[in-house]
Write a protein that binds this ligand. Sequence first.
Ligand SMILES: *Cc1c(COP(=O)(O)O)cnc(C)c1O
Length: 427
Amino acid sequence: MEFNTSLDFALQQDKNDSLKHFRDKFYFPQHNGKNSIYFTGNSLGLQPKSTASYIQQELNDWAEFGVEGHFMAKNPWFAYHEMFAEPLSKIVGAKPTEVVAMNALTVNLHLLMASFYKPTSQRYKILCEAKAFPSDQYALQSQAQLHGFNPEEALIEISPREGEKLIRLEDILFHIEQNADSLALVMMGGVNYFTGQLFDMETITKAAHGVGAKAGFDLAHAAGNVKLALHNWKVDFACWCSYKYLNSGPGGVSGIFVHEKHTQNKDTFRLSGWWGQNKNTRFLMEKEFDPIPTAESWQMSNAPVLSMAAHKASLDIFEEAGIENLISKSKKLSAYLIYLIQQLNTELNSKKFHLEIISPLNESERGCQVSIVAHGLGKNLFNKLTENGVIADWREPNVIRTAPVPLYNNFEDCWHFYSILKKILNS
Ligand SMILES: *Cc1c(COP(=O)(O)O)cnc(C)c1O
C-alpha cells in the first residue's frame, strides 16, 4: 500500500475502514476534552462501554437469586466459564475443548508447568528468551528450584546477536539441537513484550518435539494481536492474560490452552481441584478425581464471575469484529505508523537524534506493536508526548513502545502521534 504523510490520507483510510465503528464502543481517557492518543492497549486495553452492564447483570442476579444464581442467573454461574470456549478458541486457533478461562497469567504458567515441566536428572533444561518479561523469568527460575535444579544451569537464555535487537530463529533452533539430550521444555513469549517480535511458534514447537522436549508459549502479547493456530502447530500448552489486547480490565481473568493430546489423556498430571472434576459427579463429592477430558480439567476453583463478566463484554466485541478482520487492519495500521516514523527521520534529518524502529519491519514477524528507540533523546521527549495527550509506554533509557490496536485506534491517531512528535522535535 502507498502511504503519504497528509492528514487527509489518514482520514480517508479511516473512512474506508469497515471496523471504524468499533472505536465508539470504548471509553478513551480524555485530554483537554478530547480523546487521548491511546497507544498502550498492549499494557491495558480500553474499557468497552458495555462492560458495566455485563457486570451489573451478575450483580442483579446475585441480589435476586443468591446461591440459586449458580443455576438461575441469566448466564448460570455453574457453567459461566463455558461461554468463553468458543470465542477464545477462535482467537488462539484451538478447539473449544482445548481452552479455558481461569486464574491469572503467572499462576497459570505455574499450573501448566506442573503438568509439562517434569524434569529428570538427564532432561531438565528450559529454553527461554533472554530478558523475558520478569514474571516469566521468576516463574521459570522457581520451577527449576522446585525440582532441585540450579536455575543458572537449568535455564538456557537466547539473546539477540551482538549489535542486533531481534532474536534469530536459527539461533533458537541451534540451541534446541545443541541441548537435544538435556532439554525438557521450550517456554517463550509468542510475541516479545519489549520489541514486539513475533516468533515462529510452529517451527519452534516442531524442533522442540524433534529432540523430545515440550513447547509452551506465554501469549500475553499475542492473544488478540496476531494470528495463532495453536492446535495445528501442535503446541503443548499456552497461557495469556485478558487485560492487554483482550480489553477485559485490570487483573482480568487469564486463559490457557492445552493440546487435546494431553487433555484427553487421563494420565496427564494436573494439579487438581473440584472444578476440574467430571461435571456429572462433581457434586457427589467423591474421593477419586475424574478429570474432564478438556482444558477445563486444569481449573481448580469455581469461576470468578464478576471479572469474567468483563471478559464476556470484551469477547462479544471480538466475535462481532472477527479476529481475521482485526489482524488485517492491524497490519495496515502498524505499517502506516512505521512509515510515518521513517518519514519523520527523513524530514528532520537531524545529526543529534534518530528514531530507530526495533520492532520487525517484516509484517509477518510482528503484531501491532511498534517499539522505537529515541537515540539522542531522553525522558523529556516522553514527558512532552504525555503533555500533548499521547499515552504510550516509556522504558529507560530511551525506548517508546506504541501499540495502535485495530479495535479502537485508527489512522488519524497514528497521524496525530506523528504530528505531535514532529512538533516536539522541531522545537
Ligand atoms: C503482562 C505479562 C505478564 C503479567 O503477569 P500477571 O500474572 O498477569 O500479572 C506476565 N508475562 C508476560 C509475558 C506479560 O506480558
